[in-house]
Design a protein around this ligand. Sequence first.
Ligand code: ATP
Length: 755
Amino acid sequence: MFLSRLEIQGFKTFAKKTQLTFLPPKASRSPITAIVGPNGSGKSNLADAIRWVLGEQSLKLLRGKKSEDVIFSGSEGKGRAGFAEVSLTFNNEDHAMPIDYAQVTIVRRLYRDGTSEYLLNGSAARLIDIQLLLAQANVGQRSYSVIGQGMIDHILVSTPEERKAFFDDATGVKPFQIKRHEAMLKLTRTHENLADVEMLLREIEPRLRSLKRQASRLEQRGEVERDLHRLEADYYGAQWWELMGHKGETKKAFEEADKEIKQQRAQLARLEKETERVERSETGEDASLTALQETCRAFQKKRDALRSQQFETEKAIEMARVKAQSHWAPLPLLKIVEEVEEMVRGLRGLQGLRGLDEIIKGINALLGRSEKLSKNLQRPNPEDIKPDPALLAKLKELREQEENLGKDLAKAEAQIDAHLSQEKTARTELIETQRTLREKQTQIHLLENQRNTLQIDLARFEEREHALVREMDEFMKERAVNVREGDKGGQRAQRGQGGQELYPEIQHLREKLELIGGIDPEIVKEYEETKERHAFLAGQFEDLEKAIKSTEKIIEELDEQIEKQSKAVFSKINKEFERYFKMLFGGGSCQLVKITREEIENENSESEGGPGFSQSAVVGENAVENKLERLKDPVVGVDILATPPGKKLKALNLLSGGERALTSIALLSAIMAVNPAPFVVLDEVDAALDEANTVRFASILEDLSRSSQFIIITHNRATMEKADILYGVTMGTEGVSNLLSVHLEELTQNGTARR
Ligand code: ATP
């Protein structure tokens, strides 16, 4: 592989598009390109361009303050450039760069607005990929591929750590290191991810444990609930259906009793009516009997009266006879005269009467008097004494009356007799009816008692039913309906077992549930999600650990390769360094010494404030940091020991400028010899050399050009003489570099330079 072309546009003083071509290797050596020109013409800007396109990020090395300082800033005669672009083309026919292209062009472009890009054969590329590609072809971007002006002794004045980077390039371990660096970055990232995942796991674990506990409690609760529900269904089912049985029977019995009572009551009503009727009929007869009796008595009284009247009448008749006989006496004469006189007056008085009736009446009265007088003048014969017809009539009347009365009385008495016999029958019936009535009442009373008891029982069952419904609803919720509407409450109920023996177990299970407590069913969902997340994270954790292990293994393998190669190459460089040192100095001694982390740490622990290997002194606070720390390259620096001939000093800062340049050239040459870079840009590395050493340097270059392509910026004739092609850089009036190439062969042949 060799550098075939450099194109610059807008970069520093190369405002115009400028192209440098380089000669291909010839006769097993690479032609040397020398760039010459007056001070300030822009030679070093060419070296900067190569450095820049290779990916240099150091503004210091690029001799700028800001990244846009590389863009042509304009001059009096020419405006500034909008962008800087450098393109480097390699001939890659030998495929030193492991890429399919025979020509590889790397482009870096920077615009004033700060945007920048890298192109690899026209396609955008990442710097890291370009660097890896270059490193694989042994092009060291940071070190000796481009040795800037005044930088030759940079290797000597730099810190051991900076030197270490230089030697990493030199020993060709850079590609491994880039890979290692990437692996380390990956490892750090993986560790960070692992720490994140671990943190998440740690965060999640207590929650998961708590959720697990709750979920298992929920499971336990579920089991207890299942048992409880089964028992409750049995228990309440049995209770319910037993109650329903009792209630149904009682209700039926009640209804029957009620019906019976109604029937009995109807019978009773009929009986009462009957009794009433009997009673009524009896009391009705009584009244008629009394009336009869009273009539009878009235009749008897009347008859008695009639009899006594008869008796009186007879007595009067008799008495009249008796009187008429016993009480007769001759009438005194005077009385007779008086009577006759009276009668004569009466006769005379008849003459004064006018009415016939009155006259008749007066005659009859006189006749009655006269008869009377006549009778009174004679002693009566008892047979002749005629009873008073009035009395006789009366008697007759009385006798008739009595007879009639006797008939009535007999009739009344007959009636009384009939009544009395009828009353006797009625009374017997009444008593019988009343007895039946009483019996019926007693029967109804008993039935009612019975019905009342049943009613009370029914009320009790209904109350129990309400209480049971309440209890079931409270404990069984919607399951209660299933039990109540279900099939006869299971076998227990069918067997007629009340399930009372289940109650203690139910109580026990309820207490158990109480102890377990209420758990949100959402918990299970959360538990499953958290478990899933935990499993996912644990899987990630495992993967990351595996990734860490495999990355660590890669690092270990790279370390082995690095160490192996570094060790082999480093000792060769050391030998060559000594050879070139002796060649340039004509004697003396020198040595390269690796400084390990361990040595630094020991040194630091022995004396505080030792050399400033701050990064190596950092001991990670945690295991990961320690581990990553341990994985870091054990070699942290390289020390250079150089003692020119006849001198004892070893400290590099005590060397003269020329001595430092020679030592640096010796070292550079050693590296070139052992691990040649495809091309090397040397910017005035020979500036401090005396003439003899310039000649020596030039012959070393010639020697090394067999393995490396040299582009040398120099003011030194001896060096120029070794060049196969010269590029002259001039500075025009516009502050813009111009380039002219001089092929020395052509120059020798034609004696002219080509612009
Ligand atoms: P010497 O032989 O003295 O080392 P040289 O040929 O190496 O000189 P350079 O260092 O390459 O010269 O060029 C430096 C010149 O480039 C300076 O004059 C500087 O002003 C100019 N320069 C640097 N950056 C820019 C820029 N961005 N735009 C224009 N000019 C620039």
